[in-house]
Design a protein around this ligand. Sequence first.
Ligand SMILES: [Zn+2]
Length: 364
Amino acid sequence: MKIAEIISFLETEAPPSLQEQYDNAGLITGDASWECTGIICSLDAIEDVVQEAISKKCNLIIAHHPIIFGGLKKINGKNYVEKTVIKAIKSDIAIYAIHTNLDNIIGGVNGKMAAMLGLQNLTILLPKEGMLKKLFTFVPLAAAEKVRVAIFQAGGGHISNYSECSFNTTGTGTFKAGEGTNPYSGTIGQRHMEEEVKIEIIFPAYLERKIISAMKASHPYEEVAFDIINLSNSHPHIGSGMIGELNQPMDEKAFLSYIKSVFEASVVRHTTLLSRPIKKVAICGGAGSFLISKALAVGADVFITADLKYHEFFDANNQILIADIGHYESEQFTINLLQELLANKFPTFAVLKTAVKTNPVHYC
Ligand SMILES: [Zn+2]
């Protein structure tokens, strides 16, 4: 199997266009046309993980964090990033990063955290804007169903748990075919009136190319009439952080012990206890301080994240319990998530979890 096939699967699950602007997800070293000899899933692609890939004869590392993030000006091995990149390139190891695009989908990093905590009724904490578009196309009556089905199959018409959503109105279209055309109906040089269906279908922006080509391939007109508009609606399944509920409310001290054990954290840094039960839980794997105000606004009892600075703990304002469980600790199950996704899709292929504990933070 080619590396390209694995990447193409991952990018259907977590489209690269969902990554944040500052990010550098994607194929970082190696060549997608290589034959894949095995996959290692990791949170970080550091030198030890590259060595592991060499030893285990896996030439593809799928990592959450991009090893090259802010750009490289020299590659002479002076720091861990350069050393890793040199080793990967010299040994023909491909490194693919699936970062904020995996953070931003409902079944991604935070979805896995929520599953580990047993949270229910999950929604995205900060849904991303500008992710939805609407397509209008005008189709002769006889071909309307074929075009609708093609757009649905390409991923259009999904609204939460509903699929095949569309709105259809019939009306009369006009056109006058010019010289050299081959019109679906009517006569060249004369205005033609055609009974048409106007089909309206919502779709995620990242599927635009696929949807337009499916529409064009199924549409009988030589010149397909269609409009695309950007919607201000936010996509309920795409965005940062997540919020969910515990089955039963928990005492806050018991809850802190619970997350300490679930995430195998040596230390949980938290704000002042508020003497109230925990039911509504907001989460964000990795550095999530940008979501504190959002967690407050939605009335979460607790916000679990990592990488908080001293002053950010004050932002709890005695209205929410904030718990910093550590960056690695919060995201470690992403390794399982990637391994499970890939092993499910390619059951006969070697998909391993790294045996290297890449957490650079230790406690004494
Ligand atoms: Zn992270």
